[in-house]
Design a protein around this ligand. Structure first.
Ligand code: SIN
Ligand code: CO
Length: 412
């Protein structure tokens, strides 16, 4: 395959200094939401109906160049997919992809999807931060798709709330709230059997489309294009129930709370049988009685949600520093430069507990510094200095630094 030239889509900035962007406040109108306030958007559109926003981010700059995206797709700690629609045939391949494993950029109708770009790139993370008027607990990731002319992933629906932000080139979106969501059974990817779009718009760079879960949609590139999908997961009842029961089972295995969790099944009254394959009715009854005793409280639910929703995806690998600073040097450096959560870290909290990357920790009360760090994902040097006399805090932060969960230094 021909080598791809090293050019970038027009408008891609090369400088890496990224300024932090705060999310809009709930009652402040913002261009990002078509001059609605986040509070109005959440009330009128979130989980309810699509919204097209022209010029949501004026003068948008793609977080990554095409080549930058292709480099990410070549990494084995990054989830990527290639979808081709050549000669009217859908095909799906999973990455990583070496640059010469991707079709030539002159070829029509292919799409490269790269998940979790926010975990690896400051600009993508900064873009995602604009959407933090939605709770982090609902956040999935920022995905970037690159498509050649005619490229798309087929008409489908997602189980996600998604903001589809056009960052380069043009894409024609068609969508509708159809009831029939049956999928073509013969394909390696989710494509609707019947697609009945109700609306159609061409999105230019900076335009954005919000879609709630289960809205049928299809986006087709008009020329080379790049789209950022900021996705918010909406777990199914089946997923939540299954994962919660698993969490309860793990809890039972960890601490035998004296409620007989380790007790073995007993059947001292079992008579001899002539139908050995038949499930004994007494067994069903006894196990029913055991299951009826399974109980949980609100704390179990918060613990489950905090640990489950802060658990990094299986592909995530943290990068602990190769030669970590001693605690004293760490304090010196953090007092000059501040600290920030690593892009891969997820930190959630409630009134008494915090949840960092899938682990639950208890504090007598959740401390102000922790709330600030979790909500803003950084701590200024000045703020760090106010805590640096408390060795329990600096020891904990040093531990997080050694694990690669936080970094010294703010974004520029
Ligand atoms: C894409 O960006 O090509 C697909 C995104 C989506 O439809 O969810
Ligand atoms: Co979609």
């Amino acid at each position: 395959m021909p080598k791809r030239p090293l050019d970038h889509p027009p408008g891609t900035a090369s400088a890496r200094n990224v300024s932090r962007v705060s999310p809009p406040l709930p009652d402040t109108p913002t261009a990002l939401l078509g001059n609605l306030t986040p509070a109005q958007f959440m009330r009128r559109y979130w989980q309810k109906k699509p919204l097209l926003i022209r010029n949501a981010i004026p003068d948008i700059v793609p977080p990554l160049s095409r080549d930058g995206l292709f480099e990410l797709a070549d990494r084995d700690d990054v989830e990527s997919r290639l979808i081709t629609h050549f000669r009217n045939r859908w095909q799906l391949e999973h990455g990583p992809f070496a640059p010469d494993e991707l079709p030539p950029i002159k070829q029509r109708a292919w799409t490269l999807l790269v998940q979790g770009v926010d975990l690896h790139d400051d600009r993508a993370r900064a873009l995602l931060d604009r959407f933090r008027f939605v709770p982090d607990a609902r956040l999935d990731d920022l995905m970037i798709s690159y498509a050649t002319d005619g490229g798309g992933v087929g008409a489908h629906f997602d189980s996600y709330d998604v903001f589809l932000l056009q960052v380069h080139g043009r894409r024609r979106w068609r969508f509708g709230a159809q009831r029939d969501l049956s999928l073509r059974p013969d394909l390696p990817l989710k494509v609707l059997q019947h697609f009945e779009p109700e609306e159609e718009w061409v999105l230019e760079p900076g335009d954005m489309l919000y879609l709630p879960p289960h809205i049928a949609h299809d986006g087709i590139a008009e020329g080379e294009c790049m789209t950022c999908s900021i996705g918010f997961r909406a777990p199914s009842t089946q997923e939540l129930t299954g994962q919660f029961l698993y969490h309860l089972a793990e809890r039972g295995a960890r601490d035998d709370s004296g409620d007989g969790a380790r007790e073995l099944y007993r059947d001292p009254k079992q008579p001899a049988v002539i139908n050995p394959a038949q499930l004994p009715a007494a067994l069903v009854e006894r196990v029913g009685a055991i299951l009826a005793k399974v109980s949980w409280n609100e704390r179990d639910i918060s613990t489950f949600l905090g640990t489950y929703l802060s658990e990094p995806k299986p592909s995530v690998v943290f990068d602990p520093p190769a030669r970590p600073l001693t605690e004293t040097r760490f304090i010196e450096r953090a007092s000059k430069n501040g600290i920030r959560l690593d892009h891969k870290s997820i930190l959630l909290y409630d009134a008494r507990f915090y949840f960092l990357n899938g682990e639950e920790n208890r504090l007598a009360v959740v401390k102000k510094w922790l709330v600030e760090l979790a909500d803003s994902r950084f701590m200024s040097a000045k703020r760090f200095v106010t805590l640096s006399d408390d060795s329990s805090v600096t020891a904990l932060l040093h531990e997080w630094y050694c694990a690669g969960w936080i970094q010294v230094g703010e974004l520029a």
